[in-house]
Design a protein around this ligand. Structure first.
Ligand SMILES: [Zn+2]
Ligand SMILES: [Zn+2]
Length: 369
């Protein structure tokens, strides 16, 4: 099948930012070194853009797990432009398709069924979903949010202002213009890009599935560390209406803590959580289905061995019959009779061995059942 055309804008953005960050950063560090100002600005803007995607684009807008004051929404819209991941409207539309058709080869925009590379970045490099680019019918609710529409209309300006204007201002303030552009601008963007992309790639491959095995999403504490808590992706795919992804207190989920804190400050409300009964039930169901599958495979194996044992038994008695009939005939004690007899004896010995093994397996299966 012919591949759809390449999207040169995206390819340029990803490759240029990657090249500037990977070549510029070591050069800058070698010649100019790192300063506290740069480190603080790097961490602050990383968190700002990262959390705008996770707590804003994802949990607020795509899944409507809570409501936020317009000032917070405006900040998330700016932080999202800083993250260079398209407008909220577009991002949420793709993401809702992802949830609706998860793992489907064509309908899930970043389907893991097409491999790691496709789910990570490949899906943005070609016109795979050109047919629905302008179709925002699955995000009609978001079109009523003036902040969303303002960001969508001014996306390019906002992206340029946030990614060049802001680092330049920071650079001038701390007296390290190039450092701010390279490290706070480019390096921060590339790292944020790929860690976010890990949620579509790695978090659909690596980790455990405690809540559902119906899709590929995994829970993974390591991925959560670099994605502001989005690593608990197995939970998220079944309980996507929950403002939390890591639901235990020890789960690293800064997006959840941010939303919770905003609510305490009166800047967010109606935080939704999944029903604890449903969560527990989902976990029990996974355990039960796993056991049932295992029992099914054991039963299948036993059945096969039982059939083999019966065949063996039949062969053994056929051999015995052949031997007896030769013995009864005049050729008694002939070479043929003794040969048949020794073959029968051998079959009998191996039958007994097989029967012992089968009994042992039956006993084991009965104990674990
Ligand atoms: Zn997913
Ligand atoms: Zn989601």
């Amino acid at each position: 099948m012919k591949k759809p055309p390449l999207i040169w804008l995206n390819i340029s953005v990803f490759s240029i930012t990657f090249l500037v960050a990977s070549i510029g950063t070591p050069l800058y560090l070698w010649f100019e070194g790192l300063s506290l100002g740069l480190v603080v600005a790097f961490v602050a803007l990383s968190a700002f853009s990262g959390l705008s995607i996770t707590a804003g684009y994802h949990r607020l807008w795509s899944h409507r797990t809570y409501e936020a004051h317009w000032t917070i929404r405006a900040l998330f819209a700016l932080g999202g432009a800083l993250a260079v991941q398209n407008s909220v409207l577009h991002w949420a539309s793709d993401h809702r398709e992802h949830h609706k058709h998860v793992d489907h080869k064509d309908d899930d925009p970043y389907s893991i069924s097409r491999g790691f590379w496709f789910a990570h970045i490949g899906w943005m490099l070609r016109e795979y979903h050109a047919h629905r680019y302008g179709d925002y019918s699955n995000v009609k609710d978001l079109q009523n949010d003036p902040v969303v529409m303002w960001q969508h209309r001014n996306y390019l300006t906002l992206t340029l202002a946030m990614n060049f204007g802001l680092p330049i201002l920071i650079g001038l303030a701390i007296g390290q213009l190039w450092g701010a552009l390279i490290i706070v601008g480019f390096l921060r963007l590339v790292l944020n890009h790929h860690t976010t992309f890990f949620i579509n790639s790695l978090a659909h491959m690596w980790g455990k599935r405690p809540y559902t095995e119906r899709n590929s999403a995994r829970d993974n504490g390591v991925i959560a560390l670099v994605t502001y808590g989005e690593g608990y992706h197995n939970y998220h795919h079944i309980f996507s209406g929950d403002y939390r992804n890591g639901i235990r207190w020890y789960h690293y989920d800064p997006s959840k803590w941010l939303i919770w804190s905003l609510a305490k400050l009166g800047l967010a409300k109606n935080l939704k959580r999944a029903n604890a009964y449903q969560i527990e039930k989902a976990k029990l169901e996974v355990m039960w289905l796993r056991l049932r599958d295992r029992r099914h495979t054991v039963a299948e194996r036993l059945e096969q061995e039982y059939d083999e044992l019966l065949t063996h038994l039949r062969d053994m008695y056929m051999q015995r019959k052949a031997w007896l009939s030769v013995r009864r005939s005049e050729l008694q004690n002939s070479v043929e009779a003794s040969e048949l007899y020794s073959q029968y004896k051998e079959l009998k010995r191996s039958f007994r061995r097989q029967r012992r093994a089968f009994k042992r397996q039956l006993r084991m299966a009965a104990q674990t059942a």
